[in-house]
Design a binder for this molecule. Structure first.
Ligand code: SIN
Length: 494
């Protein structure tokens, strides 16, 4: 079993920022970062829009960003956390610039600020439509160069390890060949979300909720799972997983939604139209789809100035071209897709869970900041701002902790390279159940989804898990069960 001071599970913006912060504040600590797949496979990497932060002190203010965040979350967000976010986000952007991240600028050199749904002013700092990738490239480059950060890819977290005092003390991982244990004085889950629970998602294949499952098996408190955010404009494709995202920034630039009769419909629900918050726009589309023979509506950007789409959104433009859609002349078929989990592992400002030694940050964590619906482009801001607090606290905990040899290892998880027994039929059952969790407030259907999910979990947990695919599927179903239970508690809150 290998050991280190800090172990970080997840190599998105949250995990990498926390690693870089930890080695900065703690002169000796050794950090291991485990990535489940390749380093380019995280939700952060695919983030198109940008990072929300107030830079325009004439038309915007910290108070406006605070109010927009609170309002987007249905008034449920934690005001102290929101205040920290909005106050600190500009500083973190300046740190990134100082560390070599190039954001788009205006001709006078000022940061170019985009607009997205729910924002009352332009405040999205971005690099074209590939902000997440630019950010990850920079963080990864810096982490790779640091002598006290070790980055390991293809490490799938299986179960957390406890010590005799009930503290988290490490993790078992599957590295494709064997199950290996790592012990650490502080453990951070930065494992992202669980969009893969749903038939339609913008999340990559790695977003399977394993951090949530591991935390829950360890006894960590988890809440807010009912608040899965659906992004209104994923590019519709019948058999694609994940669906490609059409950034909210496209609507921010003036594109609008139309139904199959060519009519705009979001204003029926909200005066802000297409620039209402995501929950509202997704609801408007879902309502439209109920009376339509088609599973998608259209995004219309045909009125953009010639060349604007291609120069502002090159990544989206090239994807559309591959699909033989020219946004200058064609309508873009879009539908809502599971995008971001607003709930998760309960943490405080310092990422502390109720299990000593276990920390969480980013999408897998529930700091209470988002309320029931995240304001667009606040996710990267949150990861960057709170990475500082979390890293510091992890180092304090690690320095005070005397690593006891009496680890409770439990049964070493058993995984092999054998063929998976997860059939597409079983995936279909999962999707049927989660379809109800996404759109239905119907108590009867939710109850049925709950029973189906319990059956599915029972069928899997009675088997010895052999392949990693089986393991992943069982954890997914477990998270779906938790989500269903929490959805029940607040069926009308959605
Ligand atoms: C987008 O560009 O629409 C996604 C950014 C986010 O999830 O906030």
């Amino acid at each position: 079993m290998d050991s280190c001071d800090l172990i970080i599970i997840g190599a998105g913006v949250a995990g990498l920022s926390a690693a870089l912060e930890a080695v900065r504040v703690c002169p000796k600590c050794e950090v291991v970062v485990l990535s489940k797949s390749d380093f380019s496979m995280s939700n952060s990497h695919f983030a198109q829009g940008g990072i929300a932060a107030v830079f325009d002190r004439v038309n915007d203010s910290i108070e406006k960003h605070f109010n927009d965040t609170l309002l987007a979350g249905g008034g449920l967000g934690n005001p102290a956390m929101i205040e920290t976010l909005v106050m600190q986000a500009p500083n973190r952007i300046l740190d990134l610039i100082a560390n070599g991240v190039d954001f788009d600028t205006e001709s006078d050199g000022a940061l170019a600020l985009g607009l997205e749904g729910g924002h009352s002013a332009n405040r999205i700092v971005h690099q074209k439509d590939h902000t997440g990738k630019s950010l990850i490239d920079n963080l990864l480059h810096r982490a790779k160069q640091h002598p006290r950060i070790q980055l390991l890819k293809n490490q799938h977290g299986l179960r957390l390890i406890k010590d005799a005092q009930g503290n988290c003390a490490g993790i078992w991982v599957w590295n494709g060949k064997e199950v290996k244990g790592y012990t650490a004085k502080s453990v951070l889950l930065a494992t992202g979300g669980c969009g893969q629970l749903f038939r339609f998602t913008t999340n990559p294949a790695v977003a399977t909720g394993d951090g949530l499952a591991m935390a829950s098996y360890m006894g960590a408190s988890i809440s807010g799972l009912a608040y899965m955010q659906f992004h209104p404009t994923a590019l519709y494709a019948k058999n694609e997983n994940p669906l490609f995202l059409i950034s909210e920034a496209v609507r921010g630039a003036g594109a609008y939604l139309v139904n199959h009769h060519g009519e705009r419909f979001v204003f029926k629900l909200d005066d802000r139209g297409e620039l209402a918050t995501r929950d509202v726009v997704s609801k408007a589309i879902t309502g439209e789809l109920k009376t339509s023979a088609y599973p998608y509506v259209f995004l219309d950007a045909r009125h953009f100035k010639h060349g604007f789409f291609k120069s502002s959104f090159p990544l989206i433009y090239s994807k559309l071209k591959q699909r033989r859609i020219d946004p200058e002349t064609d309508l873009i078929p879009v539908c809502p897709a599971a995008h971001y989990l607003c709930g998760g592992i309960d943490v405080d400002k310092y990422g502390r869970t109720n299990v000593p030694g276990l920390f969480a940050l980013g999408e897998c964590a529930n700091s209470g900041l988002q309320g029931k619906n995240r304001l667009a482009s606040n996710a990267l801001s949150e990861a960057l701002v709170f990475a500082k607090y979390v890293a510091e606290e992890m180092c304090v905990f690690a320095n005070e902790r005397v690593q006891k040899p009496d680890l409770i290892l439990g049964d070493k998880p058993s995984v092999s390279n054998e063929k998976s027994s997860v059939s597409s039929y079983k995936k279909e059952l999962l999707y049927k159940a989660t379809d109800c969790l996404s759109y239905e407030d119907n108590h009867f259907l939710l109850q049925k989804a709950g029973v189906d999910l319990q059956e599915l979990y029972k069928a899997f947990s009675s088997k010895k898990c052999v392949s990693i695919q089986d393991w992943i599927f069982r954890d997914l179903v477990w998270v779906a069960n938790l989500m269903c239970m929490q959805r029940f508690i607040m069926p009308n809150e959605k």
